[in-house]
Structure formats: structure tokens, C-alpha cells
Design a protein around this ligand. Structure first.
Ligand SMILES: [Cu+2]
Length: 128
């Protein structure tokens, strides 16, 4: 037991004594930050699922005249509500398994959120 304690004390002391400073500069640790932002790319789809308190995919692109369907996969109710007062999206809270649909008749970028969980934001881009 006494030996073990002595060894512990030795190993605890040794790094401060023996290694002066290998942490000066580590080159080549900078990753080439390439395609990390795939989730920000718009997805060409007309279906959005709501799960884990997020719209998935959060950024979609559709053509004018497309009906987009949101499906709530969470146990909490969510809404699909335009960001701002005059947007076209204005759903009631809808529950798990329920859907909300909206047909986009104008081109533009429509950002929306869930009014119950305003941190849930997403965007529909409608192209002509
Ligand atoms: Cu919500």
C-alpha cells in the first residue's frame, strides 16, 4: 500500500517536471472547413415533418402552386405561422400525427415559426 501511494505521488509530480512544453504549437490541426452547412441548403420537397421541436427540413424550395404538407411527429402541438403579421401561413396548433397544408400561390421567401415554440424557425422559398 505504501508503495502504491509513493508511485501515485511520483506519477502525479512527473509531468510538471519532465515535460517542459509540448503544447506550444500544433500545426495542421486546422480542418479544411468544407461542406459543413448541408442543413442550410434548401431541399426541394413539399413535405416537412416537425420532430424534436424542429422543422425538418427547415429550408425548402417549391414552385408556385405547390401544396406543402407539414406533419407533426412530436407529442407537443405545433403551429406553422408566418414570421410577421401579414404572412400567409397561419395554422392552428396541431397535434401529433396531424397535418397542416398550404398551397403557395406567390413566389417569394416565406419564413415561419411555431408560435408555441418561437425558437422553431424555418423557411419556404417559392420559385416562379
Ligand atoms: Cu412548436
Amino acid at each position: 500500500m505504501a508503495v502504491g501511494a509513493a508511485m501515485l505521488a511520483l506519477t502525479a509530480c512527473s509531468p510538471a517536471v519532465s515535460t517542459p512544453g509540448p503544447t506550444t504549437s500544433m500545426p495542421s490541426m486546422s480542418m479544411p472547413t468544407t461542406s459543413q452547412s448541408t442543413s442550410d441548403q434548401p431541399v426541394a420537397t413539399n413535405t416537412v415533418s416537425i420532430k424534436n421541436f424542429a422543422f425538418d427540413p427547415a429550408v425548402i424550395t417549391v414552385k408556385v402552386g405547390t401544396t406543402v404538407t407539414w406533419t407533426n411527429a412530436d407529442q407537443d402541438p405545433h403551429t406553422v405561422t408566418s414570421d410577421g403579421k401579414s404572412g400567409p401561413l397561419n395554422s392552428k396548433p396541431f397535434n401529433q400525427g396531424d397535418t397542416f397544408q398550404y398551397t403557395f400561390t406567390q413566389a417569394g421567401t416565406f419564413s415561419y415559426l411555431c408560435t408555441i415554440h418561437p425558437f422553431m424557425t424555418a423557411t419556404v422559398t417559392v420559385t416562379p
